[in-house]
Design a protein around this ligand. Structure first.
Ligand code: FAQ
Length: 311
């Protein structure tokens, strides 16, 4: 009966035994996972665009090779995540359709423009830094395929974060113009990075249930605080100024206090009105439509092969 299935499921969650694709699971657990994993996959794929913008303009061959490798890793992450979501009973075509029709969400951060080379540093340092903070705990998320996908993703994200930090370090130790470029990129990416963790806990409709199901291991505010604490120290190493005049170590809490986040800006971007939302979705839609001939050719090839070999 559903009742005993539910008990069995609850007991696995309590004992930290992972839930696998063929196991019984509550409908809402499945729905929440499809939502989160597919949004995560879309974020990786859309996230290739802001950095893709700088591949042809990277300042050296080494920088170009590194950036190219990073953007390719993001494509790989998207693919593992789509595969993990597929184990829950949604197809990749359905997920793409949700993205291209504007129905699916993806991370707000990728709707901001990349205006200078220093943005490649700031994205690696801050955006990948925030992604690691959020994703390392997801290696222990209760759904097996998602948790396992996260292990490799996190290893790669950690390389991405270091490459970004190293760009910031080179620029901040460079000429005055380079230092200014790094500071300016930091100023623009700081607040949107804090928004990546999602709305404050009090306004996060999904957190409580997701924490109970051990899909999320920390709340949005907990992860945001960790990120602020770690990044503020890293900014000192870079010799850059925090873009928040209210940032201050709080001895009692053992954390940095920080200024107010503009949640209107966040919701506005999530609703589709950020600086680059339209451009990002158009780029994905065009890629999908212009790639139709590749899908057709692959299917025709598979059909011929099957006719020839019976495989
Ligand atoms: N942007 O109730 P909650 C990367 C939505 S890293 C847009 O708190 P939840 C790597 C949320 O979906 C970025 N929407 O939701 C990379 C919900 O709406 P819904 C991707 C957001 O799910 C680096 C509503 O607000 N990482 O790609 C955002 O419990 C560099 C209420 O929010 C992941 O996706 C946002 N920032 O917590 C690639 C990690 N925040 O769905 C390239 C996995 C919230 O009910 C270059 N995801 N919303 O219609 C998660 O951990 C969670 O889904 C959260 C949100 C924490 C993002």
């Amino acid at each position: 009966t559903v009742h005993s299935f539910q008990e069995h499921f609850d007991s696995k969650i309590d004992r930290e035994v992972s839930i696998e694709p063929r196991d019984w699971m509550p409908d809402d657990y499945r729905k929440t996972l499809i939502r989160q994993i597919s949004q995560h996959a879309h974020s990786e794929i859309i996230g290739m665009l802001p950095e893709g913008n700088w591949i042809t303009r990277a300042p050296s061959l080494r920088r170009k090779a590194v950036l190219l490798a990073k953007v390719q890793d993001e494509a790989g992450h998207g693919l593992y995540l789509y595969s993990a979501a597929e184990t829950l009973g949604i197809t990749r075509d359905q997920m793409y359709d949700q993205l291209h029709s504007g129905k699916a969400k993806y991370s707000s951060i990728f709707n901001y423009p990349t205006l200078s080379w220093a943005d490649m540093g700031a994205i690696g340092w801050l955006v990948d830094g925030a992604a690691i903070m959020n994703q390392v705990p997801l290696c222990r998320t209760s759904y097996g395929p998602y948790a396992r996908a996260m292990v490799r993703v996190c290893k790669e994200e950690s390389f991405h974060q270091r490459q970004g930090f190293e760009i910031m370090l080179s620029l901040s130790r460079g000429t005055e113009a380079q230092r200014k470029m790094a500071q300016e990129a930091f100023d623009r990416w700081w607040w949107p990075s804090l928004m990546m963790f999602g709305p404050p806990d009090a306004e996060s409709p999904n957190t409580e249930q997701s924490v109970r199901w051990r899909i999320k291991r920390f709340t949005n505010d907990e992860l945001r605080q960790k990120f602020v604490d770690v990044t503020t120290e890293q900014a000192k190493v870079l010799g850059l100024e925090m873009p928040d005049k209210d940032i201050k170590w709080n001895e009692e809490r053992g954390h940095y206090d920080f200024g107010k986040i503009d949640w209107n800006e966040f919701w506005n971007v999530v609703k589709g009105n950020g600086p680059c939302n339209k451009q990002r979705i158009d780029a994905r839609r065009n890629a999908w439509e212009n790639g139709q001939w590749v899908r057709d050719a692959a299917l025709a090839h598979a059909a011929k092969r099957k006719a020839r070999t019976g495989e």
